[in-house]
Ligand binder design. Structure first.
Ligand code: NAP
Ligand code: MN
Length: 268
């Protein structure tokens, strides 16, 4: 039976052109291209940049089929191929010459004072900050034991995949994706006698979770939670729990994929 493929592309001209070329080539090779997304497609193609990939993951609710990214964006850490590599890609795919790289997600559960729990997942990261330009005041515990009183712009919790994104701009470390860890990175921490927190990132194993409670002072203010660039505001947060989630997605990688070579080519 012929494989079913769905193509998701951003609005740019080069993405539209790449999509057109790809459709022609896949059609010629006998693949079925769906005009609408369905969970039963065998392959999801994302044409664009990292932002486009993140958008697709949230829109399609972190699907389980293999995903291939074609980079027409700026950076393209999630993308495996460039538009000139379409023939190679179709050849490798048809020969099943690929590996799947599992990307774990970080999960944030926001408990509000009305007793409800709101869940948000991030492929790159989740973060908590104030809704306006104020600083936030947060009591942070690791696995249930109190660790620090944070004051500053916010706290970011990155997956290994997200370590090269916002986390990196904040002075966080680049993490090899083979490590299952969460990186907790402060955003402009203020260290005074009133509030004291780590000024560097801390690393947590995948089975530990983090509890973040707004300080008494913060109870009346609005917190903004951000996940992969999307955001929601809550003005009645009781506690936020952050940990690894069971949800993951599978990126297609070809024979010559090497994480550190990719990082070097994009950053150094
Ligand atoms: P955006 O504001 O349009 O672009 C953010 C930049 O981050 C883009 O260049 C994007 O690459 C790149 N990026 C995304 N994921 C990455 C990753 N895993 N490793 C390295 N770079 C990555 O937002 P967007 O495109 O929708 O992406 C959302 C992400 O932006 C968030 O998850 C957050 O990590 C990041 N962000 C970074 C900062 C900062 O560094 N100061 C501030 C806000 C948000 P493409 O060009 O390929 O899209
Ligand atoms: Mn972008």
């Amino acid at each position: 039976m012929s494989k079913k493929i769905y193509i998701f592309a951003n609005e740019s001209e080069s993405s539209a052109y790449t999509e057109k070329q790809l459709r022609k080539k896949l059609d010629k090779s006998g693949y079925t291209i769906y005009s609408e997304y369905s969970d039963d497609v065998d392959l999801l193609v994302c044409i664009g940049g990292d932002g486009t990939f993140l958008e697709a993951m949230h829109r399609f609710n972190f699907p389980s089929m293999p995903i291939i990214g074609i980079n027409t964006g700026h950076l393209g850490m999630f993308q495996e191929i460039s538009p000139y590599m379409l023939d190679d890609f179709i050849f490798n795919y048809s020969q099943e010459k690929y590996a799947l790289q599992k990307l774990s997600t970080v999960c944030m559960k926001v408990k509000t004072t009305d007793g409800r729990v709101h869940e948000h997942l991030g492929i790159n990261e989740v973060l908590i900050k104030a809704s306006a330009t104020y600083s936030v005041h947060l009591n942070i515990s690791i696995d249930g034991s109190f660790i620090e009183r944070f004051s500053g712009d916010g706290v970011l919790i990155a997956t290994p995949a997200g370590s090269t994104a916002y986390n990196y701009s904040l002075g966080g470390s680049v993490v090899d994706p083979r490590l299952e860890i969460l990186q907790v990175t402060p955003i402009s921490p203020m260290n005074t006698t009133a509030y004291r927190s780590f000024t560097s990132s801390i690393l947590l194993p995948s089975d530990l979770s983090l509890q973040i409670m707004p300080d008494m002072y913060e109870r009346k203010s609005t917190l903004r939670v951000v996940y992969d660039g999307f955001h929601v505001e809550y003005d009645d947060v009781e506690e936020i729990e952050v940990g690894f989630s069971d949800v993951s997605v599978n990126l297609m990688r070809f024979e010559n994929y090497d994480f550190w070579r990719k990082v070097k080519s994009k950053f150094l």
